[in-house]
Design a protein around this ligand. Structure first.
Ligand code: 9EZ
Length: 288
């Protein structure tokens, strides 16, 4: 058995595989390098950086399994793999706590203007009145996508005494109710939420799920968090909504193009950004 690890994976994970197979770690390969190399391997392990396209899959003459160290499989052409009998497996759970905690860090940073206040104070300005905040208690949190991460966000925000509503067409009202979450339509969530957080996979159905039409329906005080996948929110529509006063603030960890450089969202002071850090904890890297 030969295994190719094409993205950075925790040393524990690599050692676990070495007990069973001949493992090569080659990160940062170009598309052509990957296509040229993949024919030798029975298994491929990636995170989110390597694009496992139909072309890569077609070149994988011996390929039996594609492992995603992490959750989202939007960088893998699952349909092309499945058509060739190649199994795609992910690691749901490994990142869940870290993703939920980063989401809550973003909510609190937004509510209390922490990044802006930090920058101004270190720049020599003691500006207390510019940074009046808002409590989370008694605010309505709208969770779009009540899967593993969305559910953990719900549990934590329940402890902060938020009211929680969620939109997820694949979840039962019973499942939600047991967590103290009210399932609503996307329309109702947009109208009622004080904070909106996204926790869906990126699919053809969720790309652009939150666009200009949706952002026209929210409260002007709403704060929006995307720690899920770039592209679920339309970046230009979000920028325009915040700049135009239709949305009070946003916090974004994921971008349509990564690594993100000169993204439109970087030009707005009320939009906080982090470079896809939600799963970047010692625990998540070892666990996923
Ligand atoms: C889509 C989803 C959730 C969702 C969740 C999952 C495939 N899929 N799609 C739209 N697992 C909320 C809104």
């Amino acid at each position: 058995m030969r295994v190719l690890i094409a993205d950075p994976v925790a040393e524990e994970g690599i050692e676990a595989l070495r007990a069973h197979a001949a493992v090569d770690v080659k990160t940062g390969m170009s598309r052509d390098e990957l296509v040229a190399a993949i024919g030798e391997y029975d298994a491929l392990v990636v995170r989110s950086e390597t694009k496992v396209t139909a072309e890569v899959i077609a070149a994988g003459k011996k390929l039996q399994v594609i492992g995603r160290a992490g959750v989202g499989v939007d960088n893998i052409d699952v349909e092309a793999a499945t058509a060739k009998g190649i199994v795609v497996v992910n690691a749901p759970g490994g990142n869940t706590t870290s993703a939920a905690e980063h989401t809550i860090a973003m909510m609190l940073a937004l509510a209390r203007h922490i990044p802006q206040a930090n920058a101004r104070l270190k720049g020599g300005e003691w500006r207390r009145s510019d940074f009046m905040g808002t409590e989370l208690r008694n605010k309505t949190l709208g969770i779009v996508g009540l899967g593993n991460v969305g559910s953990e966000v719900a549990r934590r925000c329940g402890a902060m005494e938020m009211r929680i509503i969620a939109y997820d067409p694949l979840v039962s009202a019973d499942y939600a109710r047991n967590m103290g979450v009210e399932l609503v339509s996307l329309e109702e969530l947009l109208q009622k939420a004080d904070f909106i957080t996204l926790h869906t996979p990126l699919t053809d159905k969720t790309r652009g799920l939150i666009g200009a039409r949706e952002l026209a329906r929210v409260k002007p005080t709403v704060r929006i968090i995307n720690c899920a996948r770039g592209g679920i929110i339309d970046e230009e529509a979000l920028f325009n909504a915040v700049e135009g006063g239709k949305v009070a603030g946003a916090a974004v960890d994921v971008f349509t193009q990564e690594p993100a450089k000169d993204n439109i969202l970087f030009g707005c002071d009320r939009i906080l950004v982090t470079p896809h850090l939600a799963a970047s904890t010692a625990e998540a890297q070892a666990g996923a």
